[in-house]
Design a protein around this ligand. Structure first.
Ligand SMILES: Nc1ncnc2c1ncn2[C@@H]1O[C@H](COP(=O)(O)OP(=O)(O)OP(=O)(O)O)[C@@H](O)[C@H]1O
Ligand SMILES: [Mg+2]
Length: 153
C-alpha cells in the first residue's frame, strides 16, 4: 500500500480546545497534518470549523464576531466561550525589543464580567484575545521599542 506523506513547512494547528460554543460544551481535538472531520449531521463539524475561523480567520476576533446569544451553548450567555488553537511548531514573533517570542497558542474568550469594572457591569460580556507560551502563560511581549534618553550637559 502506498504511503501518503504530508510535509508541513509552516506552523500547523496541532490542537483545538473549545468551550461553550454552540453545541460544543467541552471539545478537545489533536490534529495531524491531514485530519478529516467525520460525524453525523448535527455532530458539530461546522461548529468546530467556525470556531477556528473566528480565532484565526481574516477578521480580528471581537464581540462583533458573535451572533448573540445563538453562539453560546444553549444560548446561555452566563457561560464563557473559550477557543484555543495550539501550534506546532510555535508561531514566531519578534517583539519591539527584537526578542524572539515563541507563541505556542492563541486563545479567544468571551465571558461576562464577574465584578463591576470601569468598562462594564456584572454580567456584561467582554472579549479577550491572548497569545500563550508553551507553559500556557501570557508572555511578556514588548510592543514599544526602547526610549531614547537625551543626556543633559
Ligand atoms: N447555541 C447552541 N447550543 C446548543 N446546540 C446548538 C447551538 N447552536 C447550534 N446547536 C446545535 O448544533 C447542531 C448543528 O451543529 P453543526 O452544524 O456544527 O453540525 P454538523 O456536524 O456541521 O452537521 P451537518 O453534517 O449537518 O453539516 C444542531 O443540532 C443544533 O441544534
Ligand atoms: Mg456542517
Amino acid at each position: 500500500m502506498a504511503k501518503t506523506e504530508v510535509f508541513v513547512s509552516s506552523p500547523m494547528i496541532s490542537h483545538v480546545e473549545i468551550e461553550n460554543w454552540r453545541s460544543l460544551e467541552k471539545f478537545d481535538m489533536s490534529l495531524d497534518p491531514l485530519t478529516a472531520l467525520v460525524g453525523a449531521n448535527g455532530a458539530g463539524k461546522t461548529a468546530v470549523l467556525h470556531a477556528i475561523d473566528l480565532l484565526l480567520g481574516n477578521r480580528w476576533p471581537s464581540m462583533a464576531s458573535f451572533n448573540l446569544p445563538r453562539d453560546f451553548c444553549r444560548m446561555d450567555t452566563s457561560l464563557g466561550i473559550r477557543i484555543r488553537c495550539t501550534f506546532d511548531p510555535p508561531l514566531q514573533h519578534v517583539d519591539a525589543l527584537s526578542k524572539d517570542q515563541d507563541i505556542a497558542a492563541l486563545e479567544f474568550r468571551c465571558q461576562p464580567y464577574k465584578r463591576k469594572t470601569a468598562t462594564g457591569d456584572v454580567g456584561d460580556l467582554h472579549d479577550d484575545f491572548y497569545p500563550l507560551n508553551a507553559k500556557g502563560e501570557q508572555p511578556m511581549v514588548a510592543t514599544v521599542g526602547p526610549r531614547k534618553v537625551r543626556r543633559s550637559r
